[in-house]
Design a binder for this molecule. Structure first.
Ligand code: MRU
Length: 367
């Protein structure tokens, strides 16, 4: 997608295959900066500290982390150690373990001397696949928007989204925002309500940034405003991303997603989840009981970072001295509140049967 008017991805490997550059999401929206990762420890740090974030992007970054490890020591023990270090950085998004396990499976079956070259090839393939999959999500998702727009002639379609599930959370295109970018390209008028998404404000800082870069009309709202807008008929659909979806369709996503789903259900607003198959965890049945929710630092709740009038970035304290805070980073929306899952293979109900249908033998020529 566009960054400063130029097509860009969120990460790009060095031609010499000795480093990977990532867009530093901590600096956005006020500064466009990048960070160069030279070692697996750099990749671990980038994921843990949210230099990169978003389920698909942390998976691809971790894949390159293993490639960086393979440069210096490609023994079984070193790769397995690096893999478990990478996987332990963030527990909720399954894409991380998915990408690391795929890399490891490919590498361990090769001779150590061949592993470095293989690692860079497989990581690049994962990055390309992520971009292609997200583009397909958009192709399927935009058909939903088109049919909704037929019921709202003469005005833009209002879509609400939570957190950042745009191209910044992936290699390219994004998941929840991909249908919106396709709609824009097809001349369908869309306006996006952007939840600010406390405590890290991925909506206010990242979603608003990337929608502005692409020229998509949008309005940032406080997290608590969505239900009110839905009651007033000002939201035609909600589309969110996801970090782990169970085989029954329960959806883990950024904290606050569940409340939006409840409000959407109460107001009869469709609530769609954009889900690349790399985010599906079919080993789980009950999302509420089984998905591990990442607990992040209390400081993300007690403090806020922003730009002052003179352009400097500062952190300020919001709460009285000594106040305790609790910071679950994700929540689980039960499948019954999800209207449908938008996948690269089409839109399916958030049910065991709907998900199983994605894996039935594909007809020749079907996507
Ligand atoms: O904590 P983050 O910013 O990594 O959380 C990101 C989200 O919850 C996204 O909605 C999710 O990963 C989908 S990204 C396409």
């Amino acid at each position: 997608m566009l960054l400063n008017g130029q097509p860009s991805r969120t990460l790009w490997p060095a031609a010499a295959q000795d480093a990977v550059t990532v867009l530093d999401q901590r600096a956005l929206p006020h500064r466009i900066e990048s960070v160069v990762l030279h070692t697996v420890d750099d990749a671990v740090h980038a994921i843990a500290e949210m230099v990169v974030r978003g389920a698909p992007l942390i998976g691809v970054t971790a894949a390159y982390g293993l490639a960086l490890q393979a440069r210096v020591d490609a023994s079984d023990a070193a790769l397995e150690r690096a893999a478990s270090q990478l996987k332990s950085t963030r527990p909720t998004a399954v894409n991380l373990a998915w990408a690391v396990d795929r890399m490891l499976a490919q590498l361990l079956q090769r001779k150590p001397m061949d592993r470095e070259a293989t690692a860079w090839t497989v990581a690049a393939q994962l990055a390309d696949d992520d971009a292609a999959v997200n583009e397909r999500l958009g192709v399927h998702g935009v058909t939903l928007l088109r049919s909704l727009a037929q019921r709202t002639p003469g005005r833009p379609l209002n879509v609400l989204t939570h957190c950042n599930a745009g191209w910044l959370a992936t290699v390219d295109w994004g998941t929840a925002l991909s249908p919106i970018y396709h709609a824009q390209a097809q001349g369908l008028r869309v306006h996006v309500w952007v939840d600010e998404t406390r405590p890290r404000n991925q909506g206010a800082s990242l979603t608003a940034f990337e929608l502005r870069e692409q020229g998509v009309p949008h309005t940032v709202i406080a997290d608590n405003a969505g239900g009110h807008l839905m009651q007033r008929g000002q939201v035609d659909a909600v589309i969110v991303g996801c970090d782990r979806v169970t085989g029954c369709g329960d959806v883990a996503n950024k904290i606050g997603t569940y409340l939006k789903a409840l409000a959407a259900h109460d107001c009869g607003v469709p609530f769609w989840v954009a889900m690349p198959l790399s985010t599906l965890d079919r080993s789980l049945r009950d999302g509420m009981a089984e998905i591990r929710i990442e607990e992040r630092s209390a400081r993300e709740v007690t403090h806020l970072t922003g730009r002052t009038r003179d352009g400097t970035t500062v952190e300020v304290q919001l709460v009285p001295d000594g106040t305790q805070a609790c910071n679950p980073a994700f929540d689980v929306t039960p499948a019954r509140l999800v209207t449908g899952l938008i996948t690269e293979r089409g839109v399916v109900p958030a049910t065991r049967e709907g998900i199983a249908g994605l894996f039935e033998e594909r007809r020749p020529g079907a996507h």
